[in-house]
Each structure stands twice: as structure tokens, then as C-alpha cells.
Design a protein around this ligand. Structure first.
Ligand SMILES: O=C(CO)[C@@H](O)[C@H](O)CF
Length: 532
């Protein structure tokens, strides 16, 4: 491998709707960036929003595993065509949608170790998966398995104390338990279970890659204090699970050299190192240079709020994960399933496929939306557990639709952000005079939407240089792992610009949105009773 200055680092993010990749230089400047959109570039898999969903309730939501493999084949060829010199890449890391599980068939490890560089990965891994399509984070069909896990350890609070979360339908433990129960033969033919992150790392490693502590925190299986699987929970999910998961590792672990497949097919240096992949939200935290007291807000397929924690706490709403860049620290996370796809649905139904027009309507309506308030859920929401659309007028009466498009546009944005603030405050996020909201994710390019975020949280909103913080965090982590003996993660980021201020709240923001947060709490209390 050449001297340090000439080295580059490759970061990838297997998010819900697309695979993204970036190559950065030694100062973390972007040299190349590209993506593969699952729906449009791989139409043969027939996904919508990157997933397959059954019609009948409860919607089972999955992804064809081979689609991710083929997307990797494509993106590496796109990088090659962009002129990337793979021989300069010193290390690779990545991130992926959390909680999804990949089931490797018996005998596949031998196949991974001797991939033919003359062929595409997807041609050689057609029969590599004992269970496919893979269950992913948007699935909510495992309520029975969740209940069992909580009973085994003595209730939701106890489970949250051990694993950082009470049981959630999308978490990997309940999902594995469902597969083991519903598809016992397929489960028996499984020699390894990966998360989407460690599955992607396995492709580069040419062997099964370990699950990292941070993404492993999203399984309801890992004890986030001793960083080992909780045997009681493993046994409650499925037989021989410890063997199928193997040992979890610190998220900044150098897990080995790149597979010879990539050396011979793409010209990577044989000394290129693979660094443990992690979840998209932990990777976002790594990519955002958060200060103490900052709240990160990722506006993507899911909307997530997260912040750095020095100590774990026990929560029954939201999650505590092991920190991806400091082994003895943690991170708090709140996840809202109905994010960008819901905003897109209301855009399409009011102004068509035109974000500029959507933002004009949003800009032309007053803060507080004439007293109208609404909640829109395409799929069953995580926080709160509600589904469907719920519109209310100024008098608090429930109505079927708003007469004006402007009201509907502002209602979806205000309703989402008021909900995020209410649950963040319930979780213990302190929103005060020093709070900065650091926005990221696809929607963070829309300044008018960020202005509503600033008003609802009564805090200034900043954005990082690159909206794809999970992908950037992967590249930063790839570099840090090579220097982890000498440098802290933050030392690696010194060459990066500070997040940029995009908007501040209006003076009347708190007077308008403080009461709207209370109205939200009352509405969901009623809805949780009536919508059961
Ligand atoms: O479920 C989530 C986090 O707990 C989502 O943010 C997924 O990671 C999105 F891919």
C-alpha cells in the first residue's frame, strides 16, 4: 500500500431505497460518489421504496437478498467507470439499514472463500441464502415473538435494561424467532445469520464477518453493558443461535484483508483492510461531528433522532445502542417509520412530483396552519403504534380531508415534526438554549422543510456538507480503524468543516408549537384507545 498521503478510503451505505458509495482522500475530501437505486436500477426485483410488502395484514416486509448482492456488483462497476483507482483504497467500511437479517445456507462459507473473479457476485451467490427474501426493519409481524422475549426476562423494562430496548417487532431477535418457528427446515439449513451490515462486510471479506456492537444493539439479543449475547434471550429465540451469530466485535474493528475476488476483479491492493460495518444510524452519528447537546435528525425513509450518550439509561420508548466510535460510550435513538415515503405520498397527492411546488405551498401557509393538525401513517408507526391518516380542524373535529392543498402540505410536515419533538422530550432529550439540530438524510436538502423543523424544536438547524451522513460515516470509520491505536475518532475529523447553519426559529415559534405538542399528546392518547 502506497504512503499515507496517496491513500483513499471507501465507504458504502446499504440504505432502504438505495446503495450509496463514496471514495474520500486522506483529508476525507470526496473524490467519487455514486449510487444504485433499488427500484429503478434493479426493476427485476419489483421492490417499491426498496422493499416487498404483502397485501394482507400484518404486512410482512422483506427484501430479496440477491438484490443487495447485485447492487454491489453494479456500484463497483460504476465506480470503476468513474475512474476510481481501487489500488489506492487502504480500507473499506460500510453501514446498512438496521435490524434486517440475512440467512446464509450451509456450505456458503466455502463458496465465499473462493469466488471466481471472472463472474459477478450475484451469479455465484444465487443459492447462498437459506431464507430469502430477508425480513427487514419495516416489518411489524412479530408481536407474538416480542411478547415472549419480554416474558422470558421479566418484562419490557428488564429487556430494555439488558439490551437497550424493550421488544420491537422490527428487531432481529423477534424476526429470527419467527423464521425459526415458521421455517424450521430453512432455519436448520442456515450456517450463519448476519445483519445487513455484517452481510455486506462478508462480501468484501470473502468470509462471514462478525456483527458489530452498535448494530448488534438493535437485536434485543446483546447485553449492551458486557457486550455479549444474552444466552437467555438467544435460547428464547431459536436453537444454536450463538453458533449462528458468532461473537460480536467492537464497531471499529479491523476484521481482515479484502477478499482476493476484489483484488483480481477490480485491482484492489491485497493489503486493503475491511473494517466492521455497522447500522446506518450509528454510522450517521459517526458522520455528523456531533457536539455535546446536539440532536441529530436524519430525515430519510425512516426519520430518526439520535444523540451521543456517555452512559446507558433504561428506556421503554426508543433505544440505547453501543456507540460506534467509542467503545465505552452509547447513543440514544428514536425511530419513526413513516418518514420520506409519507412526505412523498402527500406531495404526490397535492402538487404531483414537484418538491419545489411543495415547498412554495409550505412557505405560503402560516406557522400553526390555521389551527389544523394531522398525522399521516402509511404503515403502522413505531412511535406511537398507530396507522392510517388522522386529520383535525381548528375546532378539534376529526375531518376526512382538508379543502386546501396548502393546509395538507403544512399538516404533514408540522404533524411529523411535532410528534418527533414530543417523543424526544418524553425520552429525555433536553431542548434548550444551546441545542443545535443537525439535519441529514434526503429531506434535509429542502430548506423550507428545515425551517418548520427549526420552528417546532425552537432551535437552530444545521446541516453537514454531505446529506448522506451514514455513507460518510462509513468512510471516516474506515480511515479511523487503521489509526485507532494512535488517534481518537474525533482526531480523524479535524480536517472537516463544521456543520453549516441553515435556519433559526421565528420568535413566535414556541408560542405556537409548545401548545401543539400538548395537543399531539392528547390526540394520540385518544387514538390509542379508539383505534385498538
Ligand atoms: O429501524 C431503524 C432504526 O431503528 C431504521 O432507521 C432503519 O435503520 C432504516 F434503515
Amino acid at each position: 500500500m502506497g504512503e499515507t498521503q496517496n491513500q483513499t478510503f471507501l465507504g458504502l451505505d446499504f440504505s432502504t431505497q438505495q446503495l450509496k458509495a463514496v471514495v474520500v482522500d486522506n483529508n476525507l475530501n470526496v473524490l467519487h460518489e455514486t449510487s444504485v437505486q433499488f427500484d429503478n436500477d434493479l426493476p427485476e426485483f419489483r421492490t417499491y421504496g426498496g422493499v416487498l410488502q404483502t397485501k394482507e395484514e400484518p404486512h410482512v416486509t422483506t427484501v430479496p437478498t440477491l438484490m443487495w448482492v447485485k447492487a454491489l456488483d453494479m456500484i463497483l462497476d460504476r465506480l470503476r467507470v468513474c475512474g476510481v483507482d481501487f489500488s489506492r483504497v487502504a480500507s473499506i467500511s460500510g453501514s446498512a439499514q438496521q435490524h434486517g437479517t440475512v440467512y446464509w445456507s450451509k456450505g456458503t462459507r466455502a463458496c465465499l472463500k473462493k469466488l471466481d473473479p471472472e463472474k459477478f457476485l450475484h451469479e455465484q451467490l444465487v443459492s447462498a441464502f437459506s431464507v430469502s427474501p430477508a425480513p427487514v426493519w419495516m416489518d411489524s409481524s412479530t408481536s407474538a415473538e416480542c411478547k415472549h422475549l419480554e416474558e422470558v426476562v421479566g418484562g419490557p423494562e428488564k429487556l430494555a435494561e439488558i439490551t437497550g430496548s424493550k421488544a420491537y417487532e422490527r428487531f432481529s431477535g423477534p424476526q429470527i424467532a419467527k423464521i425459526a418457528k415458521k421455517k424450521p427446515e430453512a432455519f436448520e439449513c442456515t450456517e450463519r445469520i448476519s445483519l445487513v451490515s455484517s452481510f455486506a462486510a462478508s462480501l468484501f471479506l470473502g468470509d462471514y464477518a462478525p456483527i458489530d456492537w452498535s448494530d448488534g444493539s438493535g437485536m434485543n439479543l446483546l447485553n449492551i453493558r458486557n457486550k455479549d449475547w444474552c444466552d437467555e434471550l438467544l435460547q428464547a429465540c431459536a436453537p444454536n443461535l450463538r453458533e449462528k451469530l458468532d461473537k460480536p466485535v467492537p464497531s471499529d474493528t479491523d476484521i481482515g484483508p479484502i477478499s482476493s475476488y476484489f483484488v483480481e476483479r477490480f485491482g484492489f491492493d491485497e493489503n486493503c483492510r475491511i473494517v466492521a460495518f455497522t447500522g446506518d444510524n450509528p454510522s450517521s452519528l459517526a458522520g455528523m461531528r456531533l457536539n455535546e447537546g446536539d440532536v441529530a435528525c436524519s430525515l430519510g425513509t425512516s426519520d430518526t433522532l439520535f444523540l451521543w450518550l456517555n452512559e446507558p439509561n433504561t428506556v421503554t420508548e426508543g433505544h440505547v445502542f453501543c456507540n460506534p466510535v467509542q467503545d465505552d460510550a452509547y447513543m440514544a435513538l428514536l425511530c419513526f417509520k413513516n418518514g420520506s415515503l409519507t412526505r412523498k405520498r402527500i406531495r404526490d397527492s397535492t402538487v404531483g412530483h414537484d418538491w419545489q411546488l411543495f415547498e412554495e405551498l409550505l412557505d405560503n401557509t402560516p406557522r400553526g396552519n390555521f389551527g389544523n393538525f394531522a398525522l399521516y401513517y402509511d404503515a403502522q408507526e413505531i412511535l406511537p403504534r398507530l396507522a392510517g391518516d388522522h386529520r383535525y380542524n381548528k375546532a378539534g373535529e376529526r375531518i376526512a380531508r382538508y379543502s386546501s392543498k396548502e393546509v395538507e402540505v403544512r399538516a404533514v410536515i408540522e404533524g411529523q415534526f411535532v410528534a418527533r419533538r414530543a417523543h424526544a422530550e418524553d425520552f429525555g432529550f433536553v431542548i434548550g438554549p444551546k441545542t443545535r439540530i443537525i439535519a441529514t438524510g434526503g429531506t434535509s436538502v429542502n430548506k423550507t422543510i428545515l425551517q418548520v423543523l427549526a420552528d417546532v424544536f425552537n432551535s437552530p438547524v444545521y446541516v453537514s456538507d454531505n446529506v448522506n451522513s451514514a455513507m460518510m460515516g462509513a468512510a471516516y470509520r474506515a480511515k479511523h480503524a487503521l489509526f485507532r491505536e494512535k488517534l481518537k475518532f474525533d482526531d480523524i475529523l479535524q480536517s472537516l468543516p463544521e456543520p453549516k447553519l441553515v435556519c433559526r426559529p421565528y420568535d413566535d415559534a414556541e408560542r405556537i408549537y409548545g401548545p401543539m405538542v400538548q395537543r399531539y399528546r392528547q390526540l394520540i392518547e385518544q387514538l390509542m384507545l379508539t383505534e385498538k
